[in-house]
Design a protein around this ligand. Structure first.
Ligand code: SAH
Ligand code: SF4
Length: 384
């Protein structure tokens, strides 16, 4: 199939929303403008939510006119915003090409965590993940990734002087595998952390990966954000089943790479977050917990247990509360900081692994997957 014909009027303009500071400076240099212009414009976009150059009153009229000609500030389109009774807010965001990705805001006291998507679908096909079952369409651009933060912050009136600081944390745990979209993810995470943009501390921005080791190996050259590893199994045999990329980059290789990343950070007291989705009878037995404790003995970690969120088209079941408590107890007895992620936004299908969006699947995987189910249930991807 041939690539869609680009709309020349759109592609000719540079979308400034997705440019991190150095790229924005370089862009202004091409216009013969000084560095501070980039800083001004960056603040207008990311701290004041400007959507047009006209609003930028401290930028000269001549420069504004020039910018209108060659640049734009273009965020993806929000098709729906849903608010859960527990304060969780989910955005359905349509990106170019028509697919819909999801972004979720989860409040917790003073903290507000935004769960951001990095791809339209995901190619890695973990057996327990709704996004994976949707197949893969394409990487999100940096503008589409940072655009999710911009959209959420604007929805809370955060982008004005003295606006409420609602989005305090970002986790790259929405749809997609961030390390499969390296450059755009790194650019947008750097914008999240930039003082002239959102100014979120590097301790509050987390990249979550299922283990693309070559990309993880070079991550520290580009960012010093926090790292979460989606482990889900204490040995290769089981992890091969749950997280297929493990066949290429097995656990020992992944943990080594993660350790190198965390140890390379200047503030070397940080820990890797190990994410472990508990699935009934699959990986939730006490012997799994003991094996996990043994495996992680020499790795600086904290462990986050996530109860599996069932979705149509999956035969797995949620862990029982007893099994989850026992699993946590064993890890804590072994000396690990172990938290349980509470399920939030259930009524709007905003929990982890329920983020499915509407992916125009190029891999046709979703069709093949559905065909496996003889007793077809209605496919509920987007909750009302
Ligand atoms: N691709 C990245 C980030 C997105 S997934 C990764 O895999 O880390 C974010 C987290 O949600 C991962 O830890 C993932 O394993 C978990 N997850 C996926 N499907 C889930 C489900 N059905 N129930 C609970 N957690 C799930
Ligand atoms: Fe992709 Fe992460 Fe889902 Fe695996 S868990 S299919 S890597 S989004």
């Amino acid at each position: 199939m041939s690539a869609p014909i680009a709309n020349h009027a759109q592609t000719a303009k540079v979308n400034l929303l997705g440019l991190p500071e150095e790229k924005l400076v370089a862009f202004f240099e091409t216009l013969g403008e000084k560095r501070f212009r980039a800083t001004q414009v960056m603040k207008w976009i990311h701290q004041l939510g400007a959507e047009s150059f006209d609003e930028m009153t401290n930028v000269s009229k001549t420069l504004r006119a020039k910018l209108v000609e060659c640049a734009e500030i273009r965020a993806p389109e929000v098709v729906e915003q849903m608010d859960s009774s527990d304060g969780t807010r989910k955005f359905l965001i349509r990106v170019e090409g028509g697919s819909v990705v999801e972004t979720v805001f989860i409040p917790d006291g003073e903290r507000g965590t935004l769960c951001v998507s990095s791809q339209v679908g995901c190619s890695l096909d973990c057996s327990f993940c709704a996004t994976g079952k949707q197949g893969f369409n394409r990487d999100l651009t940096a503008a589409e990734i940072i655009g999710q933060v911009w959209i959420a912050a604007k929805s809370f009136d955060q982008l004005r002087p003295g606006g409420p600081r609602k989005v305090t944390n970002v986790v790259m745990m929405g749809m997609g595998e961030p390390l499969m979209n390296f450059d755009n993810v790194v650019d947008s995470m750097n914008l999240m952390m930039a003082d002239n943009a959102y100014g979120i501390s590097k301790r509050r921005v987390t990249l979550s990966t299922s283990g693309v080791v070559p990309a993880l190996d070079r991550l520290n050259q580009y960012t010093d954000a926090c790292l979460a590893i989606s482990l889900h199994a204490p040995n290769d045999e089981l992890r091969n089943e749950l997280v297929p990329i493990n066949k290429k980059y097995p656990i020992a290789m992944l943990l080594d790479s993660a350790k190198r990343y965390i140890e390379s950070l200047p503030d070397n007291h940080r820990k890797i977050t190990i994410e472990y989705t508990l699935i009934d009878q699959v990986n939730d037995r006490p012997h799994h917990a003991r094996e996990l404790a043994e495996l992680l003995r020499d790795v600086p970690v904290k462990i986050n247990l996530i109860p599996f969120n069932p979705f149509n088209l999956s035969n797995y079941k949620r862990v029982s509360n007893n099994a989850m408590r026992r699993f946590q107890e064993i890890l804590m007895e072994e000396g690990y900081i172990t938290t349980v992620r509470t399920t939030r936004g259930d009524d709007i299908a905003a929990a982890c692994g329920q983020l499915a969006g509407t992916v125009n699947d190029k891999t046709k995987r979703s069709e093949r997957y559905r065909a496996q189910f003889t007793k077809a249930e209605p496919v509920r991807i987007l909750a009302p």
